[in-house]
Design a protein around this ligand. Structure first.
Ligand code: SAJ
Length: 433
């Protein structure tokens, strides 16, 4: 029987999990190392940005009913029936290894404070073999207990998506990787009240591979679409028309080409999967796909730079507006955003860059404009990197009057090529041959 649940890490993964378990009547404690986030939650406020349906209301409700409390104090792990670890696990592509600092620190603190018979579950995305080679040893050393005997240990990879945090937790099936049969049974008992979808019991290693493979798979699908787009550009045809017709064929599901692949999952999960077999096997397709997807922002910037060169325009005094800074349409999430690569490539070529995004409030010291037409005043080029809905309803005539040189680079198939050319624009785009 579960009563007290502790969630380690109250970010994009942890806070919706904490709110949902609290709403189902469990007594939930959210532990975060950032006092600002702890204070925000205890005031009933949502500590993360973005348009997350019902999340803010749910947090307010469960904090008011005292079903959810936040703290920085790990001693709350004592007498917890279940502890869910939801900390960040970024991949350091320079060192070519996961950065497990947050995970290791959380595991040590949990191990030092947890009681016997607690069910510990890692929801963070981790490379295959991490449960066995890192998670289990740290917990056993810190707790002086044995996993599987004195406490239960499992891996239930998160399947969240910005904009659908609550929806995905309640409606997507989950893989319950447990260290033994008893753990798998307990994991299913724990998640059943909150997950209205299938819960699939398996072992920890399988769960680790499933999570990283499901995202590596999507990354490869997108890379395929991007490669077809590059071919279509060379052949002078529309990749999006090709995609539509390919998908008329049964069992095809060609994805959308675009200006790049951002987010907190796809850019890293194939690297985590590869890391899991480091020294044993070097994957080919998924690493090539990663390389190709990483080139798309540079390719998008190159479409504009080449246009300036073709028009014999000096790059030095050019102004360009990058439209869209979030990595995903109609979101404010900027993690691993392709826009940053596009901006850096333009700046490297001496171009003055303006940025527009109605969703993203701020990003380091970058000035992000909110008024679209103001942001394109005097621009010699626009690059659309994120397909925010507002870009599909712009006044094309007004754009032309407001820019200095009517050049539009379309990274997300937002515009119609013929219409743009008829209105006097020089129009290029990813996959728009
Ligand atoms: N993208 C393309 N072409 C596509 C689809 C996406 O270029 O056809 C780009 C997007 O613009 C974005 C990036 O890829 O920059 C990632 O987009 P995404 O739709 O995959 O969104 P994410 O990153 O939030 O992916 C998450 C993943 N979920 C988890 O890791 C739990 C992914 O597995 C899901 O498929 C996705 O959400 C979803 O669609 O729910």
């Amino acid at each position: 029987m579960f009563n007290k649940i502790v969630i380690i890490g109250t970010g994009y993964v942890g806070i919706p999990v904490a709110a949902i378990f609290a709403d189902r009547g469990f007594n939930v404690v959210g532990i975060n190392r950032t006092i600002e986030k702890v204070d925000a939650i205890n005031k009933g406020l949502c500590p993360i940005e973005g348009d997350e349906p019902n999340l803010a209301e749910l947090i307010d409700k469960v904090v008011k009913s005292k079903k959810l409390v936040a703290t920085t104090d790990y001693s709350e792990c004592k007498n917890a029936d279940a502890i869910l670890i939801c900390v960040e696990t970024p991949f350091d592509s320079k060192k070519w290894e996961p950065n497990y600092e947050s995970l290791k620190s959380a595991l040590k603190s949990v191990g030092e404070n947890m009681s016997k018979d607690t069910l510990v579950i890692v929801e963070s995305t981790i490379a295959p073999t991490t449960m066995d080679t890192l998670v289990k040893p740290i917990l056993e050393d810190a707790s002086k207990m044995e996993a599987g005997r004195d406490f239960l240990l499992g891996n239930c990879p998160e399947r969240v998506m910005p904009g659908k945090l609550l929806y995905n937790i309640e409606n997507l099936p989950r893989v319950c990787g447990g260290i033994n049969e008893e753990t798998r049974t307990k994991m299913i008992e724990l998640y059943s009240p909150v997950v209205n979808a299938e819960l699939y019991p398996t072992d920890c290693l399988t769960a680790e591979v499933v999570k990283t493979a499901e995202n590596a798979y999507r990354d490869v699908e997108i890379a395929f679409a991007n490669e077809v787009a590059l071919i279509c550009e060379k052949l002078g045809i529309d990749a999006y028309e090709v995609r539509e017709l390919v998908n008329k064929s049964p069992y095809r599901n060609m994805h959308y080409p675009g200006a790049g692949v951002g987010g907190h999952c796809l850019p890293k999960d194939s690297l985590l999967l590869s890391y899991g077999v480091k020294g044993i096997l070097t994957p080919k397709i998924m690493l090539l796909a990663r390389e190709l997807n990483n080139e798309m922002p540079l390719h998008t910037a190159a479409l504009l730079l080449q246009t300036f060169r073709d028009m014999k325009m000096n790059l030095k005094d050019k102004r360009v507006t990058v439209c869209g800074f979030a990595y995903l349409e109609n979101s404010d999430d900027t993690r691993n955003t392709p826009s940053l690569e596009v901006i850096n490539e333009l700046k490297k070529n001496g171009i003055e860059v303006m940025i527009h995004d109605s969703f993203v409030k701020s990003y380091q010291d970058i000035d992000i404009k909110k008024d679209f037409y103001k942001s394109i005043e005097g621009a010699d080029g626009l690059i659309f990197v994120t397909a925010h809905n507002e870009y599909r309803n712009l006044d094309i005539e007004k754009i032309k009057e407001t820019m200095r040189t009517p050049i539009v680079i379309d990274g997300r198939n937002i515009f119609n090529k013929e219409e743009m050319k008829n209105k006097g624009f020089i129009y290029k785009g990813v996959g728009k041959g």
